[in-house]
Design a protein around this ligand. Sequence first.
Ligand SMILES: Nc1ncnc2c1ncn2[C@@H]1O[C@H](COP(=O)(O)OP(=O)(O)OP(=O)(O)O)[C@@H](O)[C@H]1O
Ligand SMILES: [Mg+2]
Length: 379
Amino acid sequence: MRRGGVCLALLALKVPAVALLAVPPLALTHLYGALSFPALVLLVLGGRRLATVSRALHRRWTDTTIPSPYPPRPRIERAEQGWYWTGYDYHRGRPLATVSLWFNWVARDPATWRDLLWLALDPVAGTILLLPGVLGFAAPLRLHARWTHALLAPTGHARLTDRVRQLTDTRAEALDAQAAELERIERDLHDGAQARLVAIQLTLSMAQRTLREDPDSADELLCEARATAAAAVAQLRDLVHGIRPPVLSERGLSDALRLLALEHPLAVSVTADLPGRLVPPLESAVYFAAAELLANVAKHAQAGSAAVHVVRRGGLLRLAVTDDGVGGADPAAGTGLVGVERRLRPFDGTLIVDSPPGGPTTVTLEVPCALSSPRTSTC
Ligand SMILES: Nc1ncnc2c1ncn2[C@@H]1O[C@H](COP(=O)(O)OP(=O)(O)OP(=O)(O)O)[C@@H](O)[C@H]1O
Ligand SMILES: [Mg+2]
């Protein structure tokens, strides 16, 4: 849209804002103020909605990204003795708990009051800023975007609070994942290699007992023990591979990806531009993510070929797996892609799935290598 048209459209947004602002005074002066509370609720919720629309329009028309400042809504939890915990207070019934949760979530959020401040000031200040823009000047639109950003973007405090929440969540997830992994290794060792070593021990004792009287049976038993030992070694090798493949430790991510590609049933090309080594936890996370994405290509894509591109530039590691298959990848349809997302979250990594029906599919993961603290840096 042209600059003048954008200014006009943004000016039009002031009309519902003025209408909303008129509701509480009207409610106060009519019907003895009986509708004041619903009018206030309407003002707050309407203000939030208009602020959200304004953020979206600025992103689309002025290339100004104004992140949403609202914290996620807490979930109602059923506490012991049947009470409902809203994250703020306890209630006996679920409907009342739902109302209370909404009320507390909206009313206690400082962003709500900043939205209302914006709603009150913007019809005048925003109109003054935008009017010259209707004639096609660029500066007014820029100024209006800055003004909207100043009032509607999260404050430094809100950003920090959000970051703390995110880190608390990912730390809990990482601890859970670590505990689950340890349990898996313990079970695999217990049911696999340990069981086989016990069997070898028994077979060797039997062979020792029969060695003098019946050397032929002892020989058979020794053969059996050797086969069981070989199976135990293979199982231990698989287990080690599942924890951290040796090629990854010894040769790094690029070579480990090349080996994955060689073992894949399809023709997979790998291009890697990775100066230096990544820290081991990030290397493992990216390796297992790539392994899952390549397994998906083999299982679901019906593709003829696939490609892996991995590059580390400007403090960002980006890995993309592309295939020329049928498309339609959907993280909600399984646990693999969600698991990859979860694995990357402690590193602030993201997963982007681009897979229209009919293909092609590109799944990209991005991990910032330079985190704020040098102690947590992943490069
Ligand atoms: N490369 C791909 N091409 C086409 N469809 C895909 C591709 N990758 C994933 N999908 C689709 O997306 C769904 C979700 O994938 P996801 O990896 O999360 O689960 P899954 O592979 O079905 O099971 P698992 O939990 O064992 O990984 C798959 O069921 C599949 O339908
Ligand atoms: Mg999968």
